[in-house]
Design a protein around this ligand. Sequence first.
Ligand SMILES: Nc1nc2c(ncn2[C@@H]2O[C@H](COP(=O)(O)OP(=O)(O)OP(=O)(O)O)[C@@H](O)[C@H]2O)c(=O)[nH]1
Ligand SMILES: [Mg+2]
Length: 244
Amino acid sequence: MKQINQSKRNSLAKAISLYQEYENCSLQVKNACSWVIGVTGVTAAGKSTLGRNLVKQFRKKDLTVAAILIDPSSKKEGWAILADRNEFRDPELDCDNGLFLRSLASRGEKSALVHALPKIIAHAKMFADIVIVETAGAGQMDVEIEDCVDTLIQVLAPLEGPLNMEKAGINECAHIFAVNAREYFQNSEQFFALAEIELGRKTDNNGWQKKVFLVNAKEKKGIIELIEGLYAHKKFLEQKKPSY
Ligand SMILES: Nc1nc2c(ncn2[C@@H]2O[C@H](COP(=O)(O)OP(=O)(O)OP(=O)(O)O)[C@@H](O)[C@H]2O)c(=O)[nH]1
Ligand SMILES: [Mg+2]
């Protein structure tokens, strides 16, 4: 199995720390054509639980993954609970050197990202086939992630009504919607049907017809279909622009 060796891990970890610490930090970066996937959605929607399942599938394909996980910092005292890492932990992944995990605190950013994210992503692309970015819990106006990634997944908890889905903002940005229907949620099927009508029938500026998938992140349901949807978007991008 392919790995991200220790010296690469150290180098990437150091670079990320420098980018985080020094706003003007600029390091030498070679262009790399790795696939960057963003995972966004409101807090507790299931972004990390779903992200872990995606990583497992990518590792089965022997693709290396760098996962950048953003959690919010306290505005008042500066602390942050970097718990995304725990949700990404899994016995299958614990000793897997093909996965690089890094938690980042938002450190006063007003968006669901960190200021250095574009630089961090560019750097991580040199070391992994796929870079996954999990935003902090995102609201309707947290749209900046769209410009940082190739493919954006929005994880939905079945709470929104048709009007919420039609509103501008983050719902306009995602390429793929994953409705995370927990076992005990009622009406998940109806919500999924509604999301397909309201969100899945839209086409983005590139001509991509958005897709909606019904998943259960905890019970690993719908993951294969979701992965197929992600690859469909990747293929779409490659056909549009061979070196996207
Ligand atoms: N029963 C059940 N629990 C789930 C499911 N998906 C996620 N959870 C649990 O819900 C909680 C929140 O899930 P996370 O994956 O941490 O959600 P998140 O969107 O990453 O949350 P933030 O990073 O805080 O924004 C965790 O305790 C998960 O174990 C599911 O499909 N079923
Ligand atoms: Mg999370």
